[in-house]
Ligand binder design. Structure first.
Ligand code: BES
Ligand code: MN
Ligand code: ZN
Length: 538
């Protein structure tokens, strides 16, 4: 009868495998980059393309919008009446507004599109030079135009030309689409633009060509992070997230610890969170090394492939949002890919603790005590505060390699949304200078970030009756900061650490805007890359 039982178990495993194969719809692999970007020095009026895009700015007192620099001889081709024609179509020049008109043969491109840049920058802005548009204004305008022109195959952008990198990034980010799960026959949506050309003064300028190359690398990484977040959780369990890291970071050293290795290593946080799931947890380590490195940056990302809350189950309403609970992990994997391609003169190590947080007969219970990597014990009073448990293990492990700086990104708390809304992530740190440097890097990369404190008094509420620390406090106020204070307990002395709470920014439930689509956004990827370039040498 012993034989029979084991036979039954084998059979059950076979059925489970078949069920999994049957429910798998698409392999979780990155979509090929379909959009190309080239530089061209040409008069926008005669460039060979399907749609030519110019910028327009608002003007006070209801007069027509103004054409932004870069439009070249386009207005002349329309007999000086382009701005008036756009005004007649209702264009105001407001940010993100896209107005299309037929060129009726006035230009080689059959369609002219005007994208709003908002108010023109103030003349001179201090240095006496010409007024410059903010990089993020150009990035968003390029994205909005390319997004609105989906269904057009070739688009040329004749935008204010000073920031090639921003324009290129915006255009490529705006061309993103996630259609892996749609039947071609049922897909009503227009295909993304396939070829973008940026019209610049000198297409051979080495600085401009380098800017395009960097934009390609960074936007490919953002698209990867978006794909990983958008991939449904029945196709992206911890093992598949680890597989995606291996595939995306080919050429780097990628090591995956399975549940046996995690047990041998004493990773009690990751194991505790993962023990309720039929899909066991993993810890991924991705290493980039430069022979002349003098600095080492560690990146850590929360990789909960689905957060049901565990036995502290979440309400059904909105639970689908929790497929984005691996947004921090996606950002780490994507940033490591970009680091590989940009090859900075520093060492960078990416860490991805990943688990599925599920309720079941094997799930951890509220009041369980687990021993995290390195020995600190945690009383799990709420199984839905799981991100901090897997991060505790990963932070302690990452710190063993003595990075100069450790930065984590995590969809960690609903309180982040209460405090900062859906688009701005919170930045906490154990070092004021590092926090300021990370916020500044985010701004230069085009991501909205805001510094937040880690008040010492919040530690007391985490005292446990039985263990070294509890994972939640009875007082719910300041939840984002409380989670940060919990994590700080696991950062060894001497390690400079910053924590990004990207709960809201990782996923866009609202309408698309600028270069940001619905769904996965790729939040923190560009900030990570910028931080690495700043701190580990570009
Ligand atoms: N993954 C969630 C946080 C989250 C909420 C991300 C909304 C994105 C959108 C996290 O694991 C969680 O459940 N946090 C709890 C913590 C609480 C139990 C202390 C929360 O924020 O409610
Ligand atoms: Mn949770
Ligand atoms: Zn979570």
């Amino acid at each position: 009868s012993g034989d029979r039982r084991s036979g039954d178990r084998r059979w059950e495993r076979g059925v489970a495998d078949m069920a999994r194969d049957a429910t798998r719809r698409r392999a979780p692999v990155a979509s090929p980059v379909v959009t190309t970007l080239t530089l061209a020095s040409a008069d926008p009026a005669v460039v060979d393309t399907d749609a030519i895009v110019v910028g327009v700015t608002t003007s006070a007192d209801g007069s027509p919008p103004r054409l932004a620099p870069g439009a070249g001889s386009l207005d002349a081709a329309f007999g000086g009446r382009l701005a008036a024609a756009l005004a007649a179509l209702g264009a105001s020049g407001g940010e993100g507004e896209v107005t299309r008109l037929s060129s009726l043969g006035a230009t080689r491109a059959p369609v002219v599109a005007a994208v709003g840049l908002g108010a023109a920058p103030a003349e001179g802005d201090g240095d006496g030079g010409p007024a410059r548009f903010a990089a993020e204004t150009v990035r968003r305008a390029a994205g909005a135009a390319v997004r609105a022109l989906a269904g057009t195959s070739r688009v040329a952008l004749a935008l204010p030309g000073e920031d090639v990198r921003a324009a290129a990034e915006g255009a490529l980010l705006g061309a993103y689409a996630f259609d892996r799960y749609r039947s071609a026959s049922a897909d009503q949506r227009k295909p993304p633009v396939t070829a973008v050309s940026l019209i610049v003064a000198n297409a051979e300028n080495p600085a401009a060509r380098d800017a395009v190359r960097r934009a390609e690398v960074v936007t490919r990484a953002v698209a990867l992070a978006r794909d990983l977040v958008n991939t449904p959780p029945n196709d992206l369990h911890p093992q598949e997230l680890a597989d995606a890291a291996v595939a995306a970071c080919a050429g780097l050293e990628v090591e995956v610890l399975d549940e046996d290795a995690l047990r041998r290593g004493g990773f009690g946080g990751i194991l505790g969170v993962g023990q309720g799931s039929a899909h066991p947890p993993r810890l991924v380590r991705i290493a980039y090394r430069h022979p002349e490195a003098t600095r080492h940056v560690a990146l850590v990302g929360k990789g909960i492939t689905f957060d049901s809350g565990g036995l502290s189950l979440k309400p059904a309403e909105g639970m689908d949002w929790m497929k984005s609970d691996m947004g921090g992990a996606a950002a780490v994997i994507a940033a490591m890919q970009a680091v590989r391609d940009l090859a900075p003169r520093g060492n960078v190590t990416g860490w991805v603790p990943t688990a599925e947080n599920m309720p079941s007969g094997t799930a951890q219970r509220p009041s369980d005590v687990l021993t995290t990597y390195g020995g600190k014990t945690v009383e799990v009073l709420n199984t839905d505060a799981e991100g901090r448990l897997i991060l505790a293990d990963a932070i302690v492990r990452a710190a063993e390699e003595h990075p100069d700086v450790l930065v984590d990104a995590a969809t960690l708390t609903g309180a982040q949304l209460v405090a900062l809304g859906t688009r701005t992530f919170g930045v906490m740190a154990n070092d004021d200078e590092l926090r300021a440097a990370v916020v500044d890097a985010a701004g230069r990369a085009g991501e909205a970030a805001w510094p937040m404190p880690l008040p010492d008094e919040l530690r007391k509420g985490l005292d446990s009756e039985v263990a070294d620390i509890a994972n939640v406090a009875s007082d719910k106020w300041g939840g984002m900061l409380r989670a940060g204070v919990f994590l700080r307990e696991f950062v060894p002395d001497g390690v400079r650490w910053a924590h990004l709470d990207i709960a809201g920014p990782a996923f866009n439930h609202g309408e698309p805007y600028g270069y940001t689509p619905k769904g996965g956004t790729g939040a923190a990827v560009r900030t990570f890359v910028q931080v690495v370039e700043d701190l580990a040498g570009g």
